[in-house]
Design a protein around this ligand. Structure first.
Ligand SMILES: *Cc1c(COP(=O)(O)O)cnc(C)c1O
Length: 390
């Protein structure tokens, strides 16, 4: 029997990363020692005081519906976070708490985009952006970037991509998959162009705290009230507090946009999980000591892995300044990203994600959100692989 699914299903691409992931899992189950560099989440546990706050809420019966956009206590804590970390003031009504940063981005696309709209997405991009744009009936306009600009979109590239139909530019700094971080100047130059053309910025700042060396995070909303008025900040608890499974994200947006996102959410998920929200309050208002420790660990792993990659034949790698990914260029091996990943898994039992999934077929994504011994072992194997294939 043939089922007649909605057109929008045909517009979505199945996740290209899943095939490799499924194969890696299958191999592991049959007893093969597979090294996994595919993880999109920190390997650390959620800090204890956050778990405690949620389990206490659960024990005390905080298990019912909450206001759709989040409990007042959490929305206030989030406005405090924006003051403290980003130097931007928001009213609690401008904050919408959702079921993850991904849900936040999805909601933003749904309330802003329609048929005929274009959304500029610099590539390499996070896999879900393009699909979210298409699901909102808008058209993704991909701006390809590479190592020559450190995977950062230049003002010239942005100007060339903007048309009368441009509605939104998506910025994600620090970036998944490249780890690139825009400097304040670079960011302001892009924001100026958006301001000039009346284009909104969706700024996905989920990795803002995972940043190394001299790089600093800056939100485009912090450049002044006129910038704040065109910016939707998407953020969440998944990465900096290692709460990927809690499904808790949030945004700060101009009031009409926040209101529309709340209405949309009231007809889809309603409020995000009640007791998870209590954990969110503890995450923002509690101690942040873990962050320094995690960043130090991530930086050590990045430095080690980068040095190893740069010494491999056929491989070239930019220095990422944030997040927990490396995005080496493997075109020197003569393989495309899917061939590279399939052969690497088959021959050396190392799982990485093909760059083509992020719109960059010359690269692969390596997550270093795993322990040092695993990183060493995986890179030893990858080095052996590259020796054979160059
Ligand atoms: C992880 C991630 C998110 C948010 O993930 P959630 O688990 O939905 O909070 C958003 N954007 C990027 C680029 C990410 O890597």
């Amino acid at each position: 029997m043939e089922y007649k699914l909605a057109d929008r299903v045909g517009r979505m691409n199945p996740s290209m990363t899943l095939a490799i992931d499924a194969k890696a899992k299958e191999m592991r189950q049959s007893g093969i020692d597979v090294v996994g560099f595919g993880a999109g989440e920190p390997d650390f546990d959620t800090p204890a005081h956050i778990k405690q706050a949620a389990s206490q809420a659960l024990a005390q019966g905080f298990t019912k519906y909450t206001p759709v956009a989040g409990i007042p206590e959490l929305r206030r804590a989030i406005t405090g976070k924006f003051e403290r970390d980003n130097g931007v003031s928001y009213a609690p009504e401008q904050i919408v708490v959702s079921c993850g940063g991904k849900h936040t981005c999805f909601n933003a696309m749904q309330v802003l985009c329609q048929q005929g709209d274009e959304v500029i997405i610099p590539a390499p991009y996070w896999v879900s952006y393009t699909e979210m744009v298409k699901l909102a009936n808008a058209k993704p306009i991909i701006v390809p970037m590479d190592e020559s600009t450190g995977f950062k979109m230049t003002p010239r590239q942005l100007r060339q991509a903007i048309t009368a139909a441009t509605k939104i530019v998506i910025l994600n700094s620090p970036s998944n998959p490249t780890g690139a971080v825009y400097s304040p100047k670079e960011l302001q130059d892009l924001a100026d162009i958006c301001l000039e053309h009346g284009v909104y910025i969706l700024s996905d700042e989920i990795y803002e705290h995972l940043i190394y060396g001299r790089a600093r995070h800056r939100s485009p909303a912090s450049f002044g009230s006129e910038y704040q008025a065109i910016t939707i900040i998407a953020n969440g608890f998944a990465k900096a507090w290692s709460m990927t499974g809690w499904r808790l994200g949030f945004c700060a947006a101009p009031l009409p946009i926040a209101k529309a996102m709340t209405t949309l959410q009231s007809h889809s998920t309603s409020n995000p999980c009640s007791f998870a929200q209590k954990g969110g309050v503890a995450a923002l208002d509690g101690p942040q000591d873990h962050m320094q420790e995690w960043c130090a660990a991530f930086q050590k792993r990045r430095d080690y892995a980068l040095e190893r990659l740069q010494a491999m034949p056929g491989v070239m790698c930019c220095k990422p300044e944030g997040a927990f990914y490396l995005f080496p260029n493997i075109s020197g091996t003569g393989l495309d990203s899917v061939q590279f990943c399939e052969l690497l898994l088959e021959e050396q039992k190392v799982a990485v994600v093909p760059g083509v999934a992020f719109g960059a077929d010359a690269n692969i994504r390596i997550s270093y959100a795993t322990d040092m011994a695993t990183i060493e072992k995986g890179l030893d194997r990858m080095e052996a692989f590259c020796r054979v294939h160059t």
